[in-house]
Design a protein around this ligand. Structure first.
Ligand SMILES: [Fe+2]
Length: 313
């Protein structure tokens, strides 16, 4: 077996990247996804790459009132069976061992699509996220502005994905908020008519297309999962134009959604890329990352630190 394979053979070529589909993978039982190894990883990450809160979030969760959990991050993982928490470790591709797995998956995906390399497949800005969740936890309804191979490694997870290709669940305005404010979105039960429901066991996984809304729940045991994300050139461009639109709107200048005016989109994109070429090297510093998020996205952008503030209060 390849490290990942689509359950319906051909999905990697016929469904990708416009539809969700189920996969199998070879990483269940891999020692990189055990609690002691994840604690080791946790110690090596800067604070803004560790986000956690209570697992008792609502499906339709206002991010400003997300319930928190009053434990240090290491303790949350050590006691994940009972800590009632949800945690994500971000940018785990910065660790060479996890980077190797992520590249192995993406090279398999690229080759299955007839490409010789990850670069040829246009998988850029590659990132990895490890989710560690207590039993009966909820990841609220949200959308991510990247493409995602989601890999279930430990425990059972219920993953509900929603087809928003006609914009009936999330409008352009809602999706702009998802890029520049917070990923969470309001959920309505009538959306379920457009849902695909997966029950994932260790060894299972799915592909989640760009900005398809979803929410996730764990079952009776704790869960460990890996998300492998990337952005094609088109996705990066769309996200960048969305950021410029948001900043200009804050200055009182109405903007049209990405794609509505391609010539103006190109000017916006080129401008932002020039600014980012200067800022990007500085973002290796956590202090600078925090300041840039504050300037670009406003005072709520650094919500990762909320758990620390609550503890200090
Ligand atoms: Fe997600």
């Amino acid at each position: 077996m390849n490290v990942i394979e689509a359950i319906n053979s051909g999905a990697l070529t016929t469904q990708f990247p416009h539809n969700t589909f189920a996969i199998r993978h070879a990483y269940a039982g891999n020692p990189l996804f055990t609690l002691p190894r994840i604690i080791e990883l946790l110690r090596s990450l800067p604070r803004d790459r560790i986000e956690f809160n209570s697992g008792k979030a609502a499906i339709s969760q206002d991010p400003n009132s997300t319930p928190m959990v009053d434990l240090p991050p290491e303790e949350i993982v050590r006691r994940i069976d009972t800590s009632g928490a949800w945690m994500v470790l971000k940018r785990v591709e910065t660790d060479p061992a996890y980077r190797a797995i992520i590249e192995e998956v993406l090279l398999t995906l690229a080759q299955s699509r007839g490409c010789k390399s990850i670069e040829e497949a246009d998988f850029r800005d590659i990132q990895g996220f490890i989710f560690v969740s207590s039993p009966k936890s909820t990841t609220p309804f949200h959308a991510d502005s990247d493409e995602n191979i989601f890999v279930q490694v430990h425990g059972e997870k219920f993953f509900h994905v929603y087809d928003n290709r006609d914009g009936s669940i999330a409008s352009d305005d809602v999706l702009e908020d998802v890029v520049v404010k917070h990923r969470n979105m309001p959920y309505q039960p009538q959306y379920d008519a457009k849902a695909v429901h997966y029950t994932l066991q260790p060894g299972d996984g799915i592909f989640v297309p760009y900005q398809w809304p979803h929410y996730v729940q764990t079952s009776d045991s704790y869960s460990i999962s890996l998300s492998i994300t990337w952005k094609s050139r088109d996705v990066r461009r769309r996200n960048d134009i969305t950021v410029v639109n948001s900043m200009m709107r804050k200055m009182g200048l109405p903007q049209r959604a990405p794609g509505a005016n391609p010539a103006l989109d190109t000017i916006k994109w080129t401008g932002l890329r020039c600014v980012m070429a200067v800022v990007e090297p500085l973002r290796r510093s956590e202090f600078v990352r925090r300041a840039v998020r504050r300037i670009a996205f406003g005072k709520h952008a650094n919500y990762y630190y909320r758990a620390d503030k609550q503890k200090a209060a």
